[in-house]
Design a protein around this ligand. Structure first.
Ligand code: HEM
Length: 400
């Protein structure tokens, strides 16, 4: 294997690295832990100690939408639809720094409580069982199980009527281009912007309906959430609804897909041990990288990360750092849990972590227990060719 030095080109989107990023991430972590990529005009940070510290450091800013909007979308030539779509993203707490982030997070935390999540437990099991019962002898566990499960759960939690849920997949797929896509592809932006416009119009009407006719769901709780007299505006409730629908199922689908795959390949590991979900998040979790923008110059690992430069902090590399996890490439569900960075850490630590853990702890063993003969039918498998997340396009299996 080539030893990477400063200036050598590492490409996390090469076909080999998309299929299995861990050898390249290990090489970076060992030989060039704060790596400048000319190809992506970005830094890649791979050691646990550095990723952990950077995620807690306000100089690594989460506000990466408004600088782009100011530079590219405020001019007279900019597409108004794309500008409006980025306006919704700008209202997402995940793209904000304090004090705006603090305010939005407090209000969402009032509504999205551990109690609201725990109440979903029986429904998650019921939805999982229903989907598994419908599978034929050959099935795709992403398209026919993980995706419909996680999108139904978050839609139901929010209070989206069942009849409308099928439309969310299309909207969400199109928005993915805006959120995960490179910042520079105008066609993907235009299509993503149309999807965002349709989804926000739909949710805007649903919020109005909930304002008139409150229900026992998260959308109503968001409308009612108060902190010291402060509340979310109508647009903020809509944007937060979009964020939850989006954040709530793409990533969890990937955790369920990656998790079932890992356990199919390691049949000796128990699907329902207390530490299984945590170890699956560590070993092959959905968060490959987390992006930040440098608010100021920072020295890290002997390199200077310049103000305005983009940084990819890599939980996928940190979670296999031998300085923290002994024998890190081994999947071991009996490992002492804790410390994995798959939900981030610090101010932006994933607000949906309890829901994601609950869904995965039900869905993964449910599939493996119901179909003890479950086998893969495709190898090599196809993975999403993106920097930020790690997930399968399909998980084709035979069930009998
Ligand atoms: C396995 C599934 C999941 C993974 C791996 C995951 C991962 C993450 C990560 C890494 C962050 C931090 C981003 C950053 O620091 O910039 C985050 C934030 C967030 N996640 Fe999750 N997530 C998952 C599921 C969910 C679910 C189910 C929901 C809600 C329904 C959710 C809602 C959020 C929200 C609202 C934030 C923003 C928090 C903030 O900015 O303060 N996530 N997630």
């Amino acid at each position: 294997m080539t030893v990477l030095g400063p200036g050598t080109q590492a490409d996390l989107l090469s076909p080999e690295a998309v299929a299995d990023p861990y050898p390249l991430l290990a090489e970076l972590r060992e030989h060039d832990p704060v790596h400048w990529s000319e190809r992506y005009r970005s830094w890649f940070v791979t050691r646990y100690a550095d990723v952990d510290a950077a995620l807690r450091d306000p100089r690594f800013s989460s506000d990466r939408i408004s600088p782009y909007r100011r530079a590219r979308l405020d001019g007279p030539d900019a597409d108004p639809g794309v500008r409006a779509a980025f306006g919704v993203l700008e209202d997402w707490m995940v793209f904000k720094d304090p004090p705006d982030h603090t305010r939005l997070r407090k209000l969402l935390s009032r509504a999205f409580t551990p109690r609201a999540v725990e109440r979903m437990r029986p429904r998650i099991a019921e939805i999982a069982d229903g989907l598994l019962a419908d599978l034929g002898p050959e099935a795709d566990l992403i398209g026919e199980y993980a995706y419909p499960l996680t999108s139904s759960v978050v839609a139901e939690l929010l209070g989206v009527p069942r009849a409308d849920r099928s439309r969310f997949k299309d909207w969400s797929d199109r928005i993915t281009g805006l959120v995960f896509g490179g910042m520079g592809d105008p066609d993907r932006h235009a299509d993503g912007a149309d999807g965002m416009a349709e989804l926000t119009a739909y949710l805007g009407a649903l919020v109005q309906q909930h304002e008139r006719d409150p229900a026992d769901d998260l959308l109503t709780a968001l409308i009612r959430a108060r902190d010291a007299g402060d509340a979310l505006s109508h647009d903020e409730v809509v944007a937060t609804g979009v964020l939850l629908l989006f954040a709530g199922h793409e990533t969890t689908t990937n955790l369920i897909g990656n998790g079932i795959l890992a356990l199919l390949r390691h049949p000796a590991e128990a699907p329902d041990a207390p530490g299984t979900v945590e170890e699956l998040l560590r070993w092959d979790g959905p968060a490959k990288t987390i992006a930040r923008l440098m608010a100021t110059d920072v020295e890290l690992g002997g390199r200077t990360l310049g103000r305005g430069e983009r940084v990819f902090l890599c939980p996928a590399a940190a979670n296999r750092d031998p300085a923290v996890f002994p024998d890190p490439d081994r999947l071991d569900v009996s490992r002492r849990p804790g410390r994995q960075l798959g939900f981030g850490i610090g101010l932006h630590y994933c607000l949906g972590a309890p829901l994601a853990r609950l869904e995965a702890s039900i869905a993964i063993p449910a599939a493996l227990h119901r179909f003890p003969q479950l086998r893969l039918t495709e190898d090599p498998l196809s993975w999403h060719p993106v920097l930020l997340s790690r997930g399968l396009l399909r998980l084709p299996v035979v069930t009998t």
